[in-house]
Design a protein around this ligand. Structure first.
Ligand code: MN
Length: 436
């Protein structure tokens, strides 16, 4: 009997309001699901997928095909629910599952994956990623348009291109793996891998022998590193492999001593506990790349994660920016001031000196008074710009100025005439004579 020992932990993280991740730890089957969709739909999708997976797997054949069929049934269940209500339309979930299966009387492991949750294998201290993310950035990496380092910090790294519940028919990646004692499997949602490097995950898996402790510690570290998403971890240890490791070691020892390494029959010749990993997708149908076009209706757009949130966020940012620009423009252009233009008193629209990119514009240049006719104090004020609320107020202000200047000119004329009259002894003329 192959013995498995598992531990699991999940956490909402430090940013999200709800935990839309679900995990499954049962006797023979383990899974992680990361739900997508607003109004609690993400939770419904992930919960439905693991419940359906468990039921269908337990009722069906314990083979790779059985696990794939269970995942397809989970897809159908989520898809049906999504069609049933407007709020749940567009919901979906990732699903990564590992199950103990029977192949020709031997116990093997089956692994399936849809989406960007991952499965890793730690063996002989080395950690390798078994699954391939169905995400936009991973596709860009595969096409050579992004480096893995760029993908790790790409703002759109959570956009997935495949998920359960998005379409009635789903493409499920699958593998068959021979378990060896000492192998440790990790299933996790992207809330873990986006926060922690593979090196850090591997080192934690190496240090903590207890799977439950390891799962807890990984979640704790991902929280400490930011916890920007829900974090879910399932650690599955192979504690007894039906003496397969011993047989493999014996075979290796035999072939090594006999010097016939290459012709060693049946048993693996690579290393004691090297697992045989076989992508079974090719057994069921052509390779994923070849199959994609056969999915008939070309998918209109890859299902995008958090689309409505992104749109709402962008809309808010634009609204705030728009309002800010409008407010500045309103303030900058909403007033008039009286200043000097070309040595003449003039009315400007805007703020003296301008504000940001809003320069004041000349509205009207007055014939009277000229800059020279002003008193020094008035000149200083108009050079700086005398602000008023409206064009009418500006006109009134200029009128007052003109009357004041004229009155001053008249007084000067009067004084002159008085002086004149004094010398000529003529009676003082009225001030009205000096009016133009
Ligand atoms: Mn996630």
């Amino acid at each position: 009997m192959t013995q498995l020992n598992a531990g699991a932990a999940t956490d909402v993280g430090r940013v999200r309001q709800m935990n839309e991740d679900r995990f499954l730890v049962d006797e023979r089957i383990f899974a992680v699901a990361d739900g997508v969709g607003g109004h609690q739909a993400g939770e419904v999708a992930s919960q439905t997928s693991v419940e359906t997976l468990l039921r269908e797997f337990n009722e069906g054949e314990h083979t790779v095909e059985g696990l794939v069929a269970a995942a397809e049934a989970a897809n159908q269940a989520v898809w049906q629910l999504a069609q049933g209500s407007r709020e749940k339309r567009g919901m979906g979930t990732t699903l990564t599952a590992l199950a103990l299966i029977q192949t020709d009387g031997d116990e093997e492991l089956a692994l399936i994956n849809v989406g960007d949750s991952r499965a890793y294998l730690l063996q002989n201290g080395e950690m390798i990623q078994l699954t391939e993310d169905h995400s936009l950035v991973e596709e860009l990496v595969r096409d050579g348009k992004l480096t893995p380092a760029e993908a790790q910090v790409h703002p759109q790294r959570s956009i997935i291109t495949r998920a359960l519940g998005m379409e009635p028919v789903i493409q499920v990646d699958s593998w068959e793996i021979t378990p060896y004692a000492g192998n440790r499997f990790l299933l996790c949602s992207d809330g873990l891998t986006n926060e922690l490097s593979d090196e850090r995950i591997a080192s934690t898996l190496r240090q903590l022998a207890d799977p439950q402790e390891a799962a807890h510690d990984l979640v704790r570290q991902a929280r400490a590193a930011g916890g920007s998403d829900n974090i879910t971890v399932v650690v599955v240890d192979v504690v007894d492999d039906d003496d397969r490791s011993k047989q493999a070691s014996a075979a290796l020892a035999t072939s090594a001593t006999s010097g016939a390494t290459k012709s060693a029959p049946a048993a693996p010749t690579i290393a004691t506990a090297a697992p045989t990993i076989e992508q079974t997708g090719s057994r069921l149908a052509p390779a994923p790349e070849a199959r994609r076009p056969a999915l008939a209706p070309p998918r209109p757009e890859p299902p995008r994660r958090w689309t409505w949130r992104v749109v709402a966020f962008l809309f808010m940012v634009l609204a705030v920016l728009g309002f800010a620009v409008w407010a500045v423009a309103w303030y900058a252009r909403g007033a008039y001031y009286v200043g000097i233009d070309n040595e003449q008193v003039a009315i400007f629209r805007g703020r003296p000196g301008g504000l940001l990119w809003f320069d004041p514009t000349l509205v009207e240049r007055k014939q009277q008074p000229t800059g020279e006719e002003l008193l020094p104090a008035q000149r200083v004020e108009l050079d700086a710009g005398h602000e008023v609320k409206s064009k009418a107020a500006a006109d009134r202000y200029v009128n007052n100025l003109r009357q004041e200047v004229e009155a001053r000119r008249a007084t000067t004329t009067t004084t002159t005439s008085v002086t004149t009259t004094t010398t000529t002894t003529a009676p003082p003329t009225t001030t009205s004579t000096s009016r133009p």
